[in-house]
Design a protein around this ligand. Structure first.
Ligand SMILES: [Zn+2]
Ligand SMILES: [Zn+2]
Length: 438
């Protein structure tokens, strides 16, 4: 969602609305490199500078799930105080207050975002509007996300006292203005912030709880004792659609604590956290698992259940010999339609099985006869043929040990090729980020 005349962040990066995190990152690297002010001729610098800034901003917003959600819902208005232009956009503080329970000064890790300063409403200042929402994390298993889940739980929340309609006083009683704060609802206080340093801050008046007035004990509502709200238990139902993903939010509208000062109560928002699964890895709607087979199975085929799917079904493979497929270590078998279900659809993603061949133990051939027997059935080993002049003149017979990894390769050498891997994309990423901070 973007207002007319406002750049669409997805267009700025040249990606689709459904782009994954890695697509966003790639697109940002590409765009940042091509528009980096240091990389263009002098006369194009101003234009490149503006483009570089908008690309960086688009990345900063879309790369974070929370800010991306806010952008998808509210457009750039979510990040501009008072909504430059129409002035009708929702205020960022309100959005943050809804999401995280109000009064928080900015968000960690979001430095440099326009309009995201540390301003916060003082206590007791918030009047009207929608109440604070509660954000809670909710852990779900991959099985639950595969099948979908409905769960009921008891929630205790504050509801506006019905007896006094939230006034806190008896029917005909009048609240008296608070002397402590002179009816302002807040007082100023000095707070030490370091050796010899104090800062003045505004806090809700403790005498009247920020209301500016209060009822004398004899005038307080009998039911809520002047608190204006009472605790109530309610059974809530949380429905997680099948195919839901990590980080998705499920909103129980209006189920947060009630406050007589709010026009409407906030929401309870559950953010899904996907538990790590011991068999399956998930990326989007696709699943990946290991296919463990023996060397004999790799060479001669098999017909059996190879794993249990998330809904409890056995998944069977039939690899027939003779003249059938040989399965090699790290080969990947793609099984269309056996991945995660897609939301609101009968379609499913795909399942990728990585072949893991269990080789026999050292010393499994007990005698020369066994060695000869295996050699006789396996394909013949072709001797190396050398071209003219390529035959080595000197041959050394060497010893070896086996190691677990290439970790020691080039260790302590400062050589970027140490560890046996050329660093790729990720390394570029770090460079790009440094670059952007200059
Ligand atoms: Zn007061
Ligand atoms: Zn009451």
């Amino acid at each position: 969602m973007s207002a007319p005349g406002e750049p669409d962040l997805y267009e700025v990066l040249g990606i689709s609305k459904g782009a994954s995190k890695s697509e966003i990152k790639k697109a940002y690297h590409k765009a940042a490199l091509s528009s980096h002010p240091d990389k263009v001729p002098e006369d194009q610098r101003e234009e490149a500078d503006a483009k570089f800034k908008s690309v960086s901003q688009a990345y900063e917003i879309l790369n974070d799930d929370d800010t991306r959600d806010m952008y998808d819902q509210h457009g750039m208005a979510a990040f501009e105080k008072g909504g430059a232009g129409g002035g009708q956009g929702p205020d960022l503080d309100d959005i943050l207050a809804q999401m995280f329970g109000g009064g928080m000064g900015g968000m960690p890790g979001m430095g440099g975002m326009p309009g995201m300063g540390g301003h916060s409403h003082g206590p007791g200042q918030r009047k009207g509007g929608k109440g604070r929402s509660e954000l809670q994390q909710y852990e779900v298993t991959l099985e639950e996300l595969y099948k979908g889940k409905t769960t009921r739980f008891a929630s205790t929340k504050k509801v506006v006292c019905e007896h006094c309609k939230g006034s806190g006083g008896k029917e005909k009683a009048k609240a008296k203005p608070c002397d402590t704060c002179k009816g302002r609802g807040q007082t100023t206080q000095l707070r030490p912030v370091g050796p010899g340093l104090v800062t003045q801050e505004t806090v809700a008046c403790s005498t009247c709880s920020g209301r500016g007035s209060f009822y004398a004990d004899k005038d307080k509502c009998k039911k809520c004792k002047g608190v204006r709200t009472v605790s109530a238990k309610k059974i809530l139902e949380l429905y997680i659609p099948r195919g839901s993903r990590e980080g998705e939010k499920i909103v129980l509208a209006g189920e947060a604590d009630q406050d007589p000062d709010d026009d409407s109560p906030g929401d309870i928002v559950f953010e899904l956290v996907e538990e790590t699964h011991k068999v399956f890895h998930r990326a989007g709607a696709d699943l990946q698992a290991q296919l463990e087979i023996s060397l004999a199975e790799a060479l001669t085929g098999f017909h059996r259940v190879v794993l249990t799917h998330l809904d409890g079904r056995g998944i069977s493979l039939n690899v027939q010999q003779p003249e059938g497929q040989v399965l090699r270590p790290d080969e990947i078998l793609k099984i269309p339609g056996e991945g995660m279900p897609l939301k609101r659809s009968d379609a499913k993603g795909d399942l990728y099985l990585t072949v893991n061949v269990k080789f026999p133990e050292d010393g499994w051939l007990k005698d020369q006869a066994a060695v000869d027997k295996v050699r006789a059935v396996l394909p013949k080993t072709e001797p190396i043929t050398y071209g003219p002049g390529e035959t080595p003149e000197l041959v050394d017979e060497v010893d070896f040990i086996t190691v677990d990894s290439m970790e020691e390769f080039g260790a302590d050498s400062d050589d970027p090729r140490a560890g046996g891997e050329w660093e790729d994309d990720e390394d570029e990423g770090a460079g790009g980020a440094q670059c952007q901070q200059q």
